[in-house]
Design a protein around this ligand. Sequence first.
Ligand SMILES: [Zn+2]
Length: 105
Amino acid sequence: MAIRIECPCGHVMSDFLDNRPFKAEILPDQSTDDFCGAIENAVAAHDNTGTAQQYAIYDTVPFFRDIWHCPECGRLTVEAADGNYYHFSPDNPDTPPVLSKSNPA
Ligand SMILES: [Zn+2]
């Protein structure tokens, strides 16, 4: 399901298309044990088959939260555990695309 985020600066971001350079998924450090455990459980329960891979993906997706980087003003918008989105302004609004797969330098 595509999500549409409106930054406080008015810029609208959408993940209707995949591989957006301004969006990432974050894994809270407190969820890493659960994340690894879900993969281990899927592999153990399904004998490391393609089914295990499907369960590993399905069971670990809920651990991730969205983070967006506004290309207009540099704000980060982070999805919290409560499901709400919170905005964080950079010291310098001229920030590189820090969530891009390639080197932002
Ligand atoms: Zn913005």
